[in-house]
Design a protein around this ligand. Structure first.
Ligand SMILES: Nc1ncnc2c1ncn2[C@@H]1O[C@H](COP(=O)(O)OP(=O)(O)OP(=O)(O)O)[C@@H](O)[C@H]1O
Ligand SMILES: [Mg+2]
Length: 387
């Protein structure tokens, strides 16, 4: 029997299919999009599993064997220049192990990156080093990168994580520029992943924007309850720890099946238990509140940077079961808020800071532990009654 030496509840990155729960349909859809030459916009709330899904797809034999795959995260990129740098460097690093021929072709095609070619003084291995200032014409570099991808000896898939950042670049033409290259690509497909609903929606769904109607949309919802419960129970059973089905099910309800929170809580519980132990709902509740408390300094820091009005509205949203009509007199009276207009201006700021998000069901705090911490600190806490 294979001994499990590691905690099977992965909380950073992607390890292997065994530790990846479900997403069978989404995986098949994404592969089908790639196979059929379609580009995809992958959208979900934060930490629902977009990046994990892309990695999972890239590890499937059909994709691994037949495509060159690239995944870049542009969350911290502030300009087209940085975008071009990240993409160029990542392509170089990915193909470097394939040998000199690849390196030669890379710099022969992307001539504007030639100054980046250096040899590591110790190992003698080729490296990619260029300062942003040395990328004089990012548009030219971008065009050359596309030429390189299009001339590759296999099809390419480029996934751009946190794609909504492009809308914030000072170069307002970035979207149009990318779109004009991408629409001519025959050898390369794209996956655009992003979490800020309205920004991603505007990029792909508004008729005046360059990417309008250019993608298949894929929304990632919480993993199916039955499948998640089964996944969790499998690892505890293998470790000879008893955990009744309804306990896992309670945890799923409490955490709204939100992937990262489920992973984080069961990672903790797995770490705390050993052969012969049993897990009950009390232990789940304690673990959740301990985890929420462990982030207290982060949450206090967020609160320090909010005005009194913003704080009041935030706490009201945390305490309320249905924060849909937050400018209604019912909501205002329920939480002793000032006026509709003050709620209006507070919510604008909270949305801009991404402390609150708007979904089709109303306003919510996307960080579930923050939401729980606010309820523990300012409200009646959270309890199993909510289930
Ligand atoms: N299907 C899955 N099964 C098990 N763990 C998963 C699954 N999908 C994602 N995870 C884990 O959940 C966490 C969050 O996933 P991931 O980082 O992919 O989300 P994301 O939507 O890209 O988040 P962000 O919005 O912060 O970029 C990660 O630790 C990842 O390892
Ligand atoms: Mg991600």
């Amino acid at each position: 029997m294979k001994a499990i030496t590691k905690n099977p509840f992965v909380v950073t990155g992607y390890i292997a299919p065994e530790y990846f729960c479900d997403r069978e349909k989404e995986t098949a859809d994404l592969i089908s999009n790639i196979r059929n030459g379609r580009n995809t916009a992958l959208i979900s709330e934060r930490r629902m599993g977009k990046t994990g899904l892309i990695e999972h797809v890239f590890h499937q034999p059909e994709i691994e064997d037949n495509y060159y795959t690239f995944l870049i995260d542009i969350y911290h990129a502030g300009s087209l220049r940085e975008f071009v740098f990240l993409l160029g460097k990542h392509i170089f690093e990915t193909l470097k192990p394939r040998g000199q021929k690849f390196i030669d072709k890379f710099f022969a095609t992307i001539t504007s990156f030639r100054p980046a070619f250096k040899l590591d003084p110790l190992s003698g291995a080729p490296t990619f080093e260029i300062s942003l200032g040395e990328i004089h014409h990012p548009e030219v570099s971008l065009e050359q990168i596309f030429q390189y991808l299009e001339s590759a000896n296999k099809r390419c898939v480029v996934a751009i994580d946190e794609f909504q950042q492009v809308a914030k670049f000072p170069e307002k033409k970035t979207e149009a520029l990318l779109r004009s290259h991408i629409q001519h690509c025959r050898n390369t497909n794209f996956i655009y992943a992003g979490s800020i609903h309205h920004m991603m929606a505007e990029i792909f769904l508004s008729a005046s924007r360059p990417f309008y109607q250019s993608v298949s949309m894929l929304h990632l919802n919480p993993i199916d309850k039955e499948k998640y419960v089964e996944f969790v129970m499998r690892f505890f059973t293998e470790a000879r720890v008893s955990i009744p089905k309804y306990v896992v099910s309670d945890a799923y309800s409490l955490l709204e099946g939100h992937t990262w929170y489920m992973q984080r809580v069961f990672n903790e519980i797995y770490a705390q238990t050993s052969r012969g132990d049993s897990v009950n709902t009390g232990m789940i509740m304690r673990t959740i509140s301990d985890l929420a408390k462990s982030y207290e300094p982060v949450y206090q820091n967020i609160l320090i940077n909010l005005s009194e009005r913003q704080k009041e509205v935030l706490i009201a949203i945390a305490k309320d079961d249905s924060a849909t009509e937050i400018t209604s007199s019912a909501f205002i009276n329920r939480h002793g808020l000032q006026s509709a207009s003050s709620v209006q201006s507070a919510i604008k700021q909270l949305l801009a800071k991404e402390v609150v998000v708007r979904t089709k069901d109303g306003y919510r705090i996307p960080d579930l532990f923050f939401d729980i911490w606010l309820r523990m600190t300012y409200g009646a806490g959270f309890s199993i009654k909510e289930l």
